[in-house]
Design a protein around this ligand. Sequence first.
Ligand code: ZN
Length: 249
Amino acid sequence: MKGRRRYYGSLISSVYGIYQRLARAPKGFRILMYHAVGSKVPGDIYGLYNISPELFKEQMRNVSGSALKEVTRLHEMTGQGLAITFDDGFRDNLEVAAPVLAELGLPFTVFVTPHFVLSGQLHYLSVAGLRELAAVPGASIGAHGYSHCRLTECDNGQLQEELVRSRQWLEDAIGRSVTTMSYPHGAVDQRVRKAAAAAGYSLAAGSRSGSNLSGYDPFCLARTAIWAQDDLRVFQSKLAGDWDWLKWR
Ligand SMILES: [Zn+2]
């Protein structure tokens, strides 16, 4: 069933890609969303969130060797560039992904949840690991809520706490200001969006598919999820925007 869904997804993407090229659709700024690179992710029943280190390396080499997209830091996003982001704060982001990215000279942002860091679970960054990651050339640290709850389900007090406490905790841990965040579970509405802006962030990423065209909302940035099964062909078609139809789902 999963294979069949994927087949139909690829088919729609091929048709949508042809339509986009014929219509000369604007490309916009694309933000890739990863989670773990080589670690099992709790609750990941479809095996989407843990990409193999080999495939990740292949994808990053492809991005690095491509003249089509310039990889920039997320908070410096402009025009038709590309940013690389990770959610949650997995330890493999430091041990596996960061060395690949640093070697290729690619900047990246890791959105970290303090509760995961403090959980002591080995697949998440420790405080020392978080500091080490923040010191990697090209690395930026952003917030991802304090406890990873759905912000849309918080009352106003909890919402404020999640947004402010996560930023302050991270700033204390890495000794650097934190101005970006991503919404846990991609859960955002107008109230959450306004609270994120009021809490001192300059931009916030969601999980809605697509690229960010001119006039984009800095507190509701679209991202392109890269899943564990995305081979190089699918990866390249996602970079080209062929899977952006998913935003309508
Ligand atoms: Zn998350």
